[in-house]
Design a binder for this molecule. Structure first.
Ligand code: NAD
Length: 195
């Protein structure tokens, strides 16, 4: 949010994309209220056609795509023993395939433009494995691998690729995280043992 406001203050035209329409609308309206230029597009990043359409919306509205931030993600805390495959699919669909789709469609546009910068938000969990978050870590390692591999081949097209691996930051992700096979309090206690 703060990043988007700062970008808008520097003249960027912003397309705010989120599954939660109201949140995206609110961020876009705050940018517009601060004399910036922004629109909101409701998108589920796990659906490739929606990601493609959001990027098309950006092009239709603003003419080109300079930056693409693949930031959407969810957290899930569970021992592998308690995980079912539907949950595996959900976290990989959002945290890894969502970034693959965002990178894929933005990359096509940026390669044709001969310029652009894709910034993928992974996690410290994309570099350092840990228990109770095997699925999360699997997706984030994928995001790091995707970004570092593409980084080397994208140069000739004039496209930059970055990957960001933050440590813990207090956001809503911990409130919305599903915790399986344990109650929330016990799981949080368990996580402290590995901290
Ligand atoms: N908060 C942390 O400690 C931390 C640490 C490392 C990495 N990260 C990563 O940073 C990114 C942002 O997380 P955050 O901490 O700001 O959490 P957050 O919950 O505040 O933000 C995540 C956003 O993703 C959106 N989202 C979830 N599923 C979506 C979907 N299918 N399609 C579109 N949007 C969807 C949510 O609506 C929400 O606005 C995530 O990729 C997360 O894994 C967070």
């Amino acid at each position: 949010m703060r990043l988007l406001l700062e970008l808008a203050q520097h003249g960027a035209k912003v397309v705010v994309v989120d599954l939660q329409s109201q949140d995206a609308e609110q961020v876009a309206s705050e940018i517009v209220a601060g004399s910036g230029n922004a629109i909101a597009v409701t998108t589920d990043v796990s659906k490739p056609e929606q990601v493609e359409s959001a990027i098309q919306e950006a092009i239709n509205r603003f003419g080109h795509l300079d930056f693409m931030f693949n930031n959407a993600g969810i957290a899930l805390v569970a021992e592998m023993y308690y995980m079912d495959l539907a949950r595996w699919r959900r976290i990989i669909d959002i945290n890894l395939m969502g970034v693959v789709y965002g990178t894929h469609f933005a990359y096509q546009v940026m390669c044709r433009q001969g310029t652009g910068h894709i910034i993928n938000i992974a996690s410290l969990g994309g570099l350092v494995p840990g228990p109770l978050r095997t699925a999360y870590v699997t997706g984030k390692f994928g995001v790091v691998g995707l970004s570092l591999s593409l980084r080397t081949e994208s140069k000739k097209y004039g496209v930059r690729i970055s990957v960001v691996c933050p440590g813990a930051v207090k956001t809503l992700i911990f409130q919305t995280a599903e915790m399986i096979g344990n109650d929330r309090r016990k799981t949080e206690e368990g996580l402290k043992k590995f901290a």
